[in-house]
Design a protein around this ligand. Structure first.
Ligand SMILES: [Zn+2]
Length: 616
């Protein structure tokens, strides 16, 4: 640590290639560190024979060293972590297009590589430090910037990265010390894309993603789970719920050309390995979709692809760094060779989203909010390792013991998906201004909205929550609300100056739909933004309600039958004077008409221009 600090101080004063020859630890035997790279430019992982990874300060210093060593590089901070650390972003551009506006003017695809959302899974950082150096300083792959602008988050979950330790990920094969999975307040950033509650994710989405609008996001991880011969696996959303042009780019360009190229570079790539049943390869692989709390589920809502990269924790750290490096290299080669394909795919997806928002026929505005894999499979040549299964008196069941001998088998790959939830997208959403979390989310996600300048009334569609369940155990700081059934009702609603109109003829329409539909898997309803609608606020005293109830029974034979049926079917109800009184109260004119209604309304038509504030 002291030697590294001294080196950084020294080299900062003499930023010259092959400057001093610092006392770096010798490369471990077998580590194929390229000794033609001057010591000054070697990453800490390379210098340590891939035993160590740099801490936050060392990482930032190396990024700034690269910036000082290349005209094509700019280091910026895009926000502050919970513990007050700068969030680092490195921008690579041959044209020195270091702002979003300059980048858009080039017409080039913009690629965002994100490392360390789970900061113990950190090979992406070490791969990127080497890649940035190789492209921008050593100019070994300088041509990769001919048609592309690269944004790199060396470490995303910076605070967790500094909670370093040897015991943060059980059984992980290096580096010696690694960061922690969740942020200091216990939140998993990799569940926070749509709900944007952590300062880190709010900065990433608000200050990077929706300012630069990268055409592609790459999210680097390390998986655990069953062992196999693959050193790098990948995932992406596809099929219903993902724009067709985005799916096409991911399957044609990434899977069709980049993945074979990764294999050509000496790796063993595969779709992300998630077995249908436990750790049993013969049950087949489920290659399905992620919900919008994950990167893969979020970016398609913004009409853009993302790729999840998962190396395997049992593989040596060097293998994992090199696999990630080569995947990124192959990906950039593809984008350099066909930059327009990616730009066109995103433009087509945006065009479709906008056209759907203008569609007059509601039946043609149907969108998919969640999916599952079907039972249809294709054969897949699985590259496993010989596995023994022993009975264990620890687990009381069979435990796999992974060997090193190859084991090959043809297994089913389930990659066809079908919708499990679809809705007809409304013309737009109407949001009363007092529900402030709605405006906050729209602003961070770059969803365009306008405020009312004048009062306006209209018949709208509201979602009545008919059936729901809340989670008993907290999840990501929430007792989440899973809505099982919604009834759409028409109501006359009055809007006031300052209320929000969210039209859906826009690029980010699906973000609004996933935020505001009550049954959406990661919507505001699910994450408790509207919990207060479920509480009954007024009750009737028995002596007040009893005579009114008698009159209601006398006037309404159907109600009387309903009451008698409930008394005989529900003994708890029959024994509770409070519940019996409330039965009549909630059916009386004094009941709260807003209870169990989602406050965000589905518009049947757009408000007239003259009641809205001027469009920006
Ligand atoms: Zn992870």
């Amino acid at each position: 640590m002291l030697a590294a600090l001294a080196l950084a101080t020294l080299t900062a004063l003499h930023p010259v290639v092959a400057a001093a020859a610092p006392a770096a630890p010798p490369a471990a035997a077998g580590a194929s560190t390229d000794t033609s790279i001057a010591l000054y430019w070697r990453t800490k992982a390379e210098r340590s024979g891939y035993r160590q990874t740099p801490d936050y300060d060392e990482t930032i210093r190396f990024c700034k060293q690269i910036e000082a060593g290349s005209r094509w590089v700019k280091y910026v901070s895009y926000g502050t972590s919970g513990q007050g650390r700068e969030l680092p972003l490195v921008i690579l551009s041959r044209d020195r297009a270091f702002t979003p506006q300059q980048a858009f003017a080039t017409g080039m695809p913009i690629v965002l590589i994100q490392n360390g959302i789970h900061s113990g899974e950190i090979e992406g950082k070490d791969a990127c430090l080497a890649l940035l150096r190789d492209i921008a300083v050593l100019r070994r792959h300088a041509e990769l910037l001919d048609h592309c602008i690269l944004l790199v988050l060396p470490i995303f979950s910076v605070d967790a990265h500094e909670r370093r330790g040897r015991y943060n990920r059980i059984n992980q094969n290096g580096p010696e010390e690694m960061g922690w999975r969740s942020s200091p307040i216990g939140l998993n950033l990799n569940r926070d894309y749509l709900k944007v509650e952590t300062p880190e994710m709010r900065a990433l989405i608000g200050n990077v993603y929706t300012k630069w609008w990268p055409h592609l996001l790459v999210d680097d991880h390390t998986t655990d789970g069953a062992d196999y011969r693959y050193d790098v696996t990948y995932g992406f959303n596809h099929g219903p719920g993902t724009p067709a042009a985005v799916t096409r780019w991911l399957t044609d360009a990434f899977e069709g050309r980049v993945v074979p190229r990764i294999a050509q570079l000496g790796h063993v790539p595969a779709p992300y390995v998630m077995f249908r049943s436990g750790n049993d390869p013969t049950s087949g692989i489920n290659f399905g979709d992620s919900s919008p709390r994950f990167s893969n589920g979020y970016t398609p809502l913004q009409c853009r692809p993302s790729i999840l990269v998962e190396t395997h924790m049992l593989k040596p750290y060097e293998t994992r760094v090199r696999a990630t490096y080569d995947l990124l290299l192959a990906l950039m080669e593809e984008i350099n060779a066909h930059p327009d394909a990616l730009v066109r795919a995103v433009a087509e997806a945006e065009g479709e989203a906008i056209a759907r928002g203008k569609e007059a026929d509601p039946a043609r505005r149907e969108v998919t909010l969640s999916t599952r894999v079907t039972d249809k499979s294709v054969p897949f040549a699985y590259k496993g390792v010989a596995t023994k299964r022993d009975s264990s008196d620890i687990t009381g069941s069979m435990v796999p013991r992974y060997g090193t001998e190859p084991w090959d088998a043809t297994i089913p790959l389930y990659r066809e998906t079908e919708a499990t939830l679809t809705v007809r997208q409304p013309v737009g959403y109407l949001v009363p201004q007092e529900w402030t979390s709605c405006r906050d989310r729209l602003e961070i996600h770059g969803v365009r909205f306008r405020r009312f300048a004048l009062a306006w009334r209209d018949t709208v569609e509201v979602q009545r929550i008919v059936a729901w369940s809340d989670s008993a155990a907290p999840f990501e700081g929430h007792h989440t609300i899973a809505v099982k059934k919604v009834a759409l009702e028409r109501r006359l609603r009055a809007y006031r100056p300052g209320d929000l109109w969210v039209p859906l003829d826009q690029r980010s329409a699906m973000v609004a739909v996933q935020l505001f539909e009550a049954q959406a898997p990661d919507g505001l309803m699910y994450w408790n933004a509207f919990d207060t609608i479920f509480l009954q606020k007024e009750y009737a005293e028995d002596y007040v309600m009893e005579p009114i109830a008698q009159k209601m029974l006398a006037d309404n034979p159907a109600l009387a039958r309903e009451f008698m049926a409930k008394l005989s079917a529900d003994s708890a109800f029959a024994k509770s004077p409070e519940q019996r009184v409330n039965f009549f109260f909630v059916r009386s004119p004094w009941a709260d008409p807003e209870q169990n209604l989602d406050p965000v309304a589905r518009a049947l038509r757009a408000p007239p221009e003259n009641v809205l504030e001027k469009a920006k």
